[in-house]
Design a protein around this ligand. Structure first.
Ligand code: FE
Length: 230
């Protein structure tokens, strides 16, 4: 069996959000499909360990934001690699409140759906929630982000679009000081020629010279999670 065959199953990248006791949380999912047309229902799969699972079980409500193809990695990182137990994601994202009271992320989203849970199926580590749509609408034009694009294209594209991009054949041999480091949690690459200006790290700062408390700007992992690339 070749596991890469499973990677060819197509899916999108979405934010599923819910609420509990007046608090909001959301997470990235790539499992969403339409179940029936009458009534309009959709299904999502959520890991039982996630805070969003707890919120959906409490409220029996969820919303879905369909992410746009140009969604920044850091935004995906906020909802995909950070836990709502540690950070208030909705303090850092544009959202509105749906008719049922659930938060609906509007940043970087092409459309949204709002649903009430009508059925659920225990699948061991995950639960499949079937939700009947109570409302939905478009937000912006443009393409919906797919998981395939996110995993196979986005990383390449960001480095190629960077002003510092050097085609491989023109690149001088790497020295230790110039090496890039990749986060083993989220796949973010630290490039010394770019630095991390958002967090005060100037271009030209080697990975070794990053402060010990520097963390991955996408997922928040510490330096021990980084490995030299190439
Ligand atoms: Fe990371």
């Amino acid at each position: 069996m070749d596991r890469s065959a499973l990677g060819k199953i197509t899916s999108g990248l979405y934010i599923a959000s819910s609420m509990k006791d007046g608090k909001f949380n959301g997470q990235i999912i790539n499992s969403l499909f339409r179940v029936t047309a009458k009534p309009l229902t959709v299904a999502i799969s959520i890991n039982k360990e996630n805070l969003t699972y707890e919120y959906i079980q409490a409220s029996k409500l969820f919303s879905l934001s369909l992410l746009a193809i140009n969604t920044p990695m850091a935004f995906i990182g906020l909802f995909g690699f950070k836990s709502g137990r540690d950070v208030d994601k909705f303090a850092q994202a544009g959202y509105k409140t749906g008719s049922t009271g659930v938060p609906i992320v509007t940043d970087h989203s092409v459309a949204w759906l709002e649903a009430k849970v009508v059925q659920q199926l225990d699948c061991g580590t995950h639960v499949i929630f079937v939700g009947e749509l109570v409302d939905f609408d478009n937000l912006a034009g443009g393409l919906t982000l797919t998981y395939d694009y996110y995993s196979n294209v986005m990383k390449g594209k960001s480095s190629k679009n960077a002003p510092t991009y050097i085609p491989k054949e023109e690149a001088p041999p790497k020295t230790v000081e110039e090496a890039k480091y990749i986060c083993d949690v989220c796949g973010y690459t630290y490039d010394p020629s770019i630095g991390d200006p958002e967090h005060g790290i100037k271009p030209g700062t080697t990975f070794e010279d990053l402060p010990p408390d520097w963390t991955c700007p996408v997922c928040g992992a510490d330096k021990s999670h980084f490995e030299k690339t190439g």
